[in-house]
Design a protein around this ligand. Structure first.
Ligand SMILES: [Ca+2]
Length: 470
């Protein structure tokens, strides 16, 4: 097969970063692909699939890859490049180091494309998880499980349930990595609220509310918790049931219990997870959640589940994982009610004269005791304001009227959006022009600066905005 040299150049400019990982990605050998690369590649691939032929590949990439004359290439190579670009984005490495045509040939010969094409190649049953979130051999973990099983038996968990639970469970190295790498990445309240009450989360929330209105009203009637607040919690925890997590909970919490940093806490979670299985609420293989064991529509940890989950739809099971969110949302209402929610009282409101000002020079609010109850669900002012504000928006209220102070670059949100729109006009990919300077916008600024010969800072500035405003 003959390859257009320009395509080769495009390809190699992407692949220099780490050819091993690159080959992993293009060959679809997910086992060998690092998580971040996989996730980024998959995400990018999915987005590109929405716009086939759109050459939004701006970082030194040329468009022939996606031009009509290279239909075959688009078909076979497009997914590779999407994944590769996703990988490079994740590492922010875009320099033009080239590999030889021979190396490129080797790269292609390793290509089967199965995993990258079709939007990520995840398969059912958790096997679509990256390798570090699938069980790995670990003698120390196995020994810990053997001892734990005797403790579980003495607490009334049957051998049958233990066998079922641990049959496919195992040590997940990725869970330990994620636990250790938790950085207290602190967003400003303005950015947090932009994400929590994004246009999409509001629109999806209104649709979800309309779809489940009768259930939400019944839950409000029984527990006294505002139906819009419940919808907002659902929206923030799992984007209305679309992001509930796919990691097997027994593996995740047993790994964290064995690892020991918060061993007692996670052993208690593991014990409760086994109780849930023993109660017949969910079979072990279908008990999935986040890497830290948060499960279902409203992301309960097992101990929250055992204490608060409700069989609201009356089918005999407390099912927080299924398509119907009733049980999960009712459990959340139960939790909030038992933590002191006052029926008929709002969370608070935006109030220029209010005493509560979570961000200096930012908007002021008046909050009620129900605001503090939301914080019992997740102890963060930003979270509780996110829930309250999203609930108001779903109900039909407008955005906050008070402004936020300029950020550390002296930029307001309007400035940041103008900057992002300028970058998009200039052909650089920032994702959505949402006024949040995240990794994609930073990478786009760097790419712009590099291609125009400016010092590469990746940071917003007035000079940059002026240059892009033309
Ligand atoms: Ca049920």
């Amino acid at each position: 097969m003959e390859w257009d040299s320009e395509i080769v150049l495009s390809m190699t400019s992407l692949s220099h970063a780490n050819e091993i990982h690159m080959i992993s990605l293009v060959s679809g050998a997910r086992e060998r692909a690092p998580d971040a690369a996989w996730a980024a590649g998959r995400k990018y691939s999915e987005r590109c699939n929405d716009e086939p032929g759109q050459a939004r590949l701006t970082r030194g990439l040329s468009s022939p890859l996606f031009s009509p004359k290279s239909n075959a290439l688009r078909k076979y190579l497009g997914p590779v490049v999407r994944c590769a670009l996703g990988f490079c984005q994740s590492r922010r490495e875009y320099s033009m180091t080239q590999v030889s045509r021979r190396q490129f040939g080797i790269l292609l010969s390793a290509t089967s494309l199965t995993a990258c094409s079709g939007g990520g190649g995840t398969s059912a049953g958790g096997s679509g998880l990256p390798r570090d979130l699938r069980p790995q051999p670990n003698a120390s973990y196995d020994a810990w499980v053997r001892v734990f099983r005797t403790r579980a038996r003495s607490r009334g968990i049957s051998d049958r349930i233990l066998n079922q639970a641990f049959r496919d469970a195992g040590y997940l190295p990725g869970v330990v990595t994620r636990d250790r790498n938790q950085t207290e990445f602190k967003r400003t309240l303005e950015d947090y609220l932009s994400i929590a009450a994004s246009d999409k989360r509001i629109a999806d929330g209104r649709r979800a509310f309309a779809r489940h209105r009768r259930t939400l009203e019944a839950i409000e009637a029984r527990f006294g918790v505002d139906k819009y607040i419940l919808t907002a919690v659902w929206g923030l925890e799992s984007f209305y049931g679309t992001r509930m997590g796919e990691i097997p909970v027994i593996s995740a919490v047993s790994t964290l219990a064995w690892e020991g940093r918060r061993g007692r806490f996670f052993e208690a979670q593991l014990m409760d997870a086994l109780r849930i299985i023993q109660a017949g609420d969910i079979p072990a293989p279908r008990m999935v959640g986040s890497w830290a064991g948060a499960m279902g529509h409203t992301q309960y940890i097992p101990s929250t589940y055992t204490a608060y989950a409700v069989d609201f739809d009356g089918d005999g099971r407390r099912n927080i994982w299924g398509a119907n969110p009733a049980d999960a949302i009712a459990g959340t209402a139960n939790y909030l009610a038992r933590r002191g929610w006052t029926r008929g009282l709002s969370w608070g409101r935006e109030d220029p004269g209010g005493a509560f000002q979570p961000q200096p020079s930012g908007p002021r609010f008046t909050v009620t005791s129900n605001f503090r109850v939301i914080k019992r669900y997740n102890n963060s002012n930003s979270y509780a304001l996110g829930v309250g504000h999203l609930a108001d928006r779903i109900r039909g209220a407008g955005p906050l009227r008070q402004g936020f102070p300029p950020d550390r670059y002296g930029f307001t949100k309007e400035d940041r959006i103008a900057l992002q729109r300028g970058l998009i006009r200039a052909g650089f990919d920032v994702g959505d022009a949402d006024g949040i300077i995240g990794t994609k916008t930073t990478a786009a600024i760097e790419a712009f600066q590099r291609t125009r010969g400016f010092p590469v800072t990746g940071e917003p500035s007035r000079g940059l905005l002026n240059r892009l405003a033309i």
